[in-house]
Design a protein around this ligand. Structure first.
Ligand code: 5GP
Ligand code: ZN
Length: 113
């Protein structure tokens, strides 16, 4: 737990979130500012700064986040979806606690802007 981290505060229940899934390792909740009809985030309960800060002991949890992200997208009726994890401000990261964006329900362009 990082006392200054928004997503750690959501995990602790100090800030409310619209949750889709929770277990002992991970939490999935709807993005407050959705960029697609389906847009939720999957995060580890452990404070990992971002995709550039995953250590060997985190590999299982990151795999679980990927698996669960896809599973929840499909459960919510989306066969096509995009998974995004930003690392660093220049890549668009604004919250420095690892999060997988799961987005669907509209076409996406490639490469992303
Ligand atoms: P990033 O830009 O770091 O990849 O993504 C951060 C995401 O967190 C953004 O899509 C933003 O809308 C979302 N977000 C920021 N603050 C909150 C919040 O308090 N609650 C929820 N549910 N999402 C948030
Ligand atoms: Zn955190």
């Amino acid at each position: 737990m990082d006392d200054n981290c928004l997503f750690c505060k959501i995990i602790a229940g100090d800030i409310p979130a619209d949750k889709l899934y929770e277990d002992e390792d991970i939490l999935a909740f709807h993005d407050i500012n959705p960029e697609a009809p389906l847009h939720f985030l999957v995060i580890p309960k452990k404070h990992i700064i971002g995709p550039g800060y995953i250590d060997e002991t985190d590999q299982e949890i990151i795999g679980k986040i990927l698996r669960k992200g896809g599973e929840l997208a499909k459960e919510n009726g989306h066969e096509s979806f995009r998974l995004v994890a930003n690392n660093g401000a220049k890549a668009g990261q604004t919250v420095f606690h690892f999060h997988l964006h799961v987005m669907g329900g509209r076409p996406f362009s490639w490469p992303p802007g």
